[in-house]
Write a protein that binds this ligand. Structure first.
Ligand code: ARG
Length: 461
């Protein structure tokens, strides 16, 4: 067995070298090397703890810490030679450490296993990624608030069943997306509490016979808690599943948002323009400008859903404790992280650049009898029971469909055919401005409410 083989780290009980293909098949370094910073941080803390409890001498610990820091620099310079034969990030770094500092390097793994090591690394890595994702989510939310405030008076049709329902303000519509992201961020923060629990000390599965000080290691690494059960600590990946579930929901929200942006940029809606820098063209149709960023975000939702299902399926049949199956947790988790971060970043960049076509939005709100409910509410205020008012307005709408004219375009005499209580004051309630201004309560679409909601939202950020 050559010196570069993982076998030098565990080969004692083996009588022949690992099959070449099996070596490649079982290796994870090609994808887990991205954990190097967190692996080194975990090792430094472990070494310091071992010194504190007297398992390592100060000299040994010093050599290990310096050696690991040098390796970190080597990796970041691009000078580190990753070897598939050394299986994973952990053994690549440990083997290099021994090359550099000799026998002290061989003591680093005392009281530890790759099982608690990898679970620790993934948690540390995910904790940082959640924090970075949260910062981008906040940036996106701030962008939504800025645009919502600017568009608090902009009128557009609100839809149910994708049919014109009632007028809303564009600002109000954008605040709906803001609220979904509030819940997404809360889900990631809640997930983070369970991510930030330290497995180290569980060793392979049963704990270790050395007098370790887990509280000290946890403190060095910024963990909020220590895993209570060693078998559970090395085996469960529920924290990664939770992250993927939260990411799948986030992407589901962004996918719905994307669907709207795609509809709105179409010639049929023509509600917004997306600047050219967020779009691409067609290689055959010279006129095309495609909303690629929203389309890709909508598409990428599928892969994050896939990542979630992959992890759930990975976990479901595993007996306690660690099984090699768990090496398969990384690619789906990393993919969900990368995808969520890229999509949020793209949206945070794009949202401030959305150019509303206010005249088109307004014109669309003037079709489809968007103020029919306002007419019914008007009749109720004049003493008509709501069900009767509903019937009256239904007839007026049927007449309008036949005449191809909206309610506000009818004369007072035409409207009075349907109810004698209708007076000149009806036209104020049939305007778009009157309709939205009337919905003047917490959570309503009135421009005044949108401005107040923005103020409250900024305070919540
Ligand atoms: N590369 C492994 C993983 O990602 C590290 C843990 C390996 N442990 C073991 N007993 N083979 O899960």
């Amino acid at each position: 067995m050559s010196k570069e083989d993982a076998g030098t780290l565990w080969g004692g009980r083996f009588s022949e070298a690992t099959d070449r293909f099996v070596q490649e098949f079982t290796a994870s370094v090609t994808f887990d090397k991205r954990l190097y910073r967190h692996d080194i941080a975990g090792s430094v803390a472990h070494a310091r703890m071992l010194q504190k409890v007297g398992v390592l001498s100060a000299d040994e610990c010093g050599a290990i810490v310096t050696g690991l820091q040098d390796i970190l620099a080597e990796i970041e310079r691009g000078d580190f030679a990753w070897a598939v034969a050394l299986e994973d990030v952990h053994m690549n770094i440990e083997s290099r450490l021994t090359d550099r500092i000799g026998v002290a390097g061989k003591k680093l793994h005392t009281g530890r296993s790759r099982n608690d090591q990898v679970a620790t690394d993934v948690r540390l890595y995910l904790r940082d990624e959640i924090d970075a994702l949260d910062a981008d989510l906040q940036r996106l939310q701030t962008a939504l608030l800025d645009v919502a405030e600017r568009e608090a008076d902009t009128l557009m049709p609100g839809f149910t069943h994708l049919q014109v329902a009632q007028p809303v303000t564009f600002g109000h519509h954008l605040l709906a997306w803001f609220e979904m992201l509030v819940r997404d961020r809360a889900r990631f923060q809640d997930c983070r509490k369970r991510v930030n629990v330290m497995p180290l000390g569980a060793a392979a599965l049963a704990g270790t016979s050395y007098p370790i000080d887990r509280a000290y290691t946890a403190q060095l690494l910024g963990f909020d808690g220590i895993a209570e059960n060693s078998l559970d600590a090395v085996s469960d990946r529920d924290f990664a599943i939770e992250f993927c579930a939260a990411a799948a929901l986030l992407l589901t929200h962004l996918s719905r948002f994307s669907e709207e942006l795609i509809l709105w940029t179409s010639a049929q809606f023509n509600f917004i323009n997306l600047p050219d820098r967020f779009c691409t063209g067609s290689s055959i149709m010279p006129q095309k400008k495609n909303p690629d960023v929203p389309e890709l975000v909508r598409g990428k939702t599928g892969r994050v859903n896939g990542d979630l299902i992959a992890l759930l399926t990975l976990m479901k049949g595993q007996p306690l404790a660690y099984n090699k199956d768990n090496q398969e947790d990384k690619e789906p988790l990393f993919d969900a992280i990368d995808t969520a971060r890229a999509c949020v970043r793209a949206y945070a960049d794009m949202v401030p650049a959305i150019e509303p076509k206010r005249d088109n939005m307004r014109r669309a709100a003037l079709t489809g009898f968007a103020t029919a409910t306002d007419l019914a509410d008007y009749l109720v205020r004049k003493g008509v029971a709501f069900r009767d008012a509903h019937e009256v307005v239904g007839k007026a709408v049927r007449y309008g469909v036949e005449q191809e004219r909206d309610l506000a375009a009818m004369s007072l005499d035409e409207l009075r055919q349907f109810s004698a209580v209708i007076g000149e004051d009806v036209f104020a309630v049939l305007t778009l401005e009157g309709s939205v201004a009337a919905r003047d309560h917490l959570g309503g679409t009135a421009p005044r409410q949108v401005r107040e909601a923005v103020v409250r939202a900024r305070a919540r950020l």
